[in-house]
Design a protein around this ligand. Structure first.
Ligand code: ZN
Length: 466
């Protein structure tokens, strides 16, 4: 009997982890993600595996985002000794993600332990080390898209393009039980159709069980074309006001998408002579990885680079400046007008963007453009909600800059995209919904019901048979 047990991202959007067990295959994890939000030390301390890590035979990783990959080094630290299968681009992105995540954790832990020692308490040992990250990375095996990788016990895995971020995959896992083939399809995070750089999510028709994400199960995104023209108009207005633009951005996907759009405006002659600053060492590294895999991205978009003789995202936008060092970042403060600053963190909870806010948020001529989701409780959310008095670095600031939110950028399919993708499967294919808040899942289930698609909403630790 082949089963899948939902250990994370069950009626929640983070901590993706599902355990597949089948005859011959053994015990295989689909993703091993970290929960997000809050203090990294408390968070990692609170994470616990509900299985013996040494008993896991292999991990199949859908993509490099930390809510899908973040606990892999800890899995190694606690005894996992098997391989990790993912796409080749994911294997290339993973070191950037995991070393960055480890760096933050190490810094937080050091600070935390200093406080503990001052109180006379014992310091906490790290849950995993840099050596665990290195070992994990050695265990990663990149598999090209659409190539069948044989696993033990006549099982096999195939990755299809999920169109979510570089390297993201829909996983098709086939096992053989009693001489009969059974197929589990796991959507991973599904991208939106017709966005730049990413391909549309590939479609499948046959499965014995489909695990589908449902992040936006209850709503659709704003129109993409409208979003792009809104971006152009905001830039024009801010330029005319002699202002600067600050864009809080995630390092993976969104930053590259914005650079692409700015590049396109530049070549269309629609971009004023802005100087653009990518002020995030991580986003710079990730952009390099995107450039290495450019030929795997959307062909039509890459053609636009070719048409103007550019072979990388970085060179597509000639006015792009990369700020790697702290000194380079501080130097941006000296620019009076005409700077577009793209910096992390995406929700303004830390990173260099707050330093730019400090310089410019209180001036009316500047603009902040939010291009990503701002979670409740973050500084970004408070600014989006229109709060005018904010506190940063122990001081009060007034928000006088224009605050704009562009709703059409998203790396996830909206409700109709999910329903469309699900509709490609043969009639009667059962679905299990994962990676969504309960409300979102219920709304999606209702819509799927109307299309005679049978979907269940598994609770944590629940098991489905396929
Ligand atoms: Zn993701």
């Amino acid at each position: 009997m082949a089963t899948v047990t939902f250990l994370g991202a069950a009626q929640e959007v983070t901590g993706s982890c599902h355990l597949v067990e089948a005859e011959g295959l053994g015990r295989v994890l689909l993703d091993c993600g970290m929960h997000q939000g809050g203090n990294s030390v408390e968070r990692i301390r609170n994470e616990s595996f509900e299985f013996e890590p040494a008993s896991i035979d292999a991990v199949i990783l859908s993509h490099a985002h930390l809510d899908h990959s973040g606990l892999l080094p800890r899995l190694v630290a606690e005894g996992f000794g098997g391989p990790v299968y993912c796409t080749r681009a994911t294997a290339d992105l993973l070191p950037v993600m995991l070393y960055d995540s480890f760096g933050l954790y190490e810094r937080d832990l050091e600070r935390y332990n200093l406080k503990r020692r001052r109180r006379g308490e014992e310091a906490w040992d790290p849950a995993y080390t840099k050596a665990d990250v290195a070992e994990l990375l050695q265990r990663c095996e990149g598999v090209p898209y659409r190539q069948t990788k044989r696993l033990q016990g006549h099982a096999s895995v195939r990755f299809l393009d999920a169109g979510h971020i570089l390297g993201s995959a829909i996983t098709e896992l086939t096992v053989t039980e009693d001489g009969r083939k059974k197929t589990l399809v796991y959507s991973g995070d599904l991208g939106k159709r017709n966005t730049v750089l990413m391909n549309d999510p590939e479609t499948l028709t046959t499965a014995d069980l489909v695990l589908m994400e449902s992040t936006y199960g209850n709503r659709n995104h704003r129109d993409y074309g409208d979003t792009i023209s809104q971006l152009r108009d905001i830039l024009k207005d801010t330029w005319n006001a002699n202002g600067n633009v600050m864009i809080p951005s995630f390092a993976v996907g969104r930053a590259q998408e914005i650079i692409y759009h700015l590049g396109r405006l530049y070549h269309d002659g629609e971009l004023d002579p802005w100087q653009v600053y990518l002020d995030s060492p991580m986003a710079i590294e990730v952009t390099n990885v995107y450039d290495r895999w450019l030929r795997q991205l959307d062909k039509d978009d890459v053609k636009e680079l070719d048409a103007v003789g550019r072979s990388s995202l970085e060179s597509f936008l000639p006015t792009l400046n990369l700020s790697l060092t702290t000194e380079q970042s501080i130097a941006i403060n000296g620019i009076d007008k005409g700077a577009i600053i793209i910096a992390g963190s995406g929700m303004c909870t830390g990173g260099r963007i707050k330093h730019h806010f400090k310089q410019r948020i209180w001036q009316q001529r500047n603009t902040i453009i939010f291009i990503g989701f701002q979670a409740y409780g973050t500084l970004g959310r408070r600014i989006v909600n229109g709060e005018k008095d904010i506190r940063m670095f122990g001081e009060d600031y007034i928000v006088r800059a224009n605050v704009e939110t562009l709703g059409g950028f998203s790396a996830h399919a909206g409700q109709s995209g999910l329903i469309e993708w699900a509709g490609n499967f043969n009639a009667g294919t059962p679905f299990g919904l994962v990676h969504g808040e309960a409300d979102s899942m219920k709304a999606l289930k209702q819509k799927l019901d109307q299309k005679q698609i049978d979907a269940t909403i598994p609770a944590k630790n629940e098991q489905l048979v396929f």
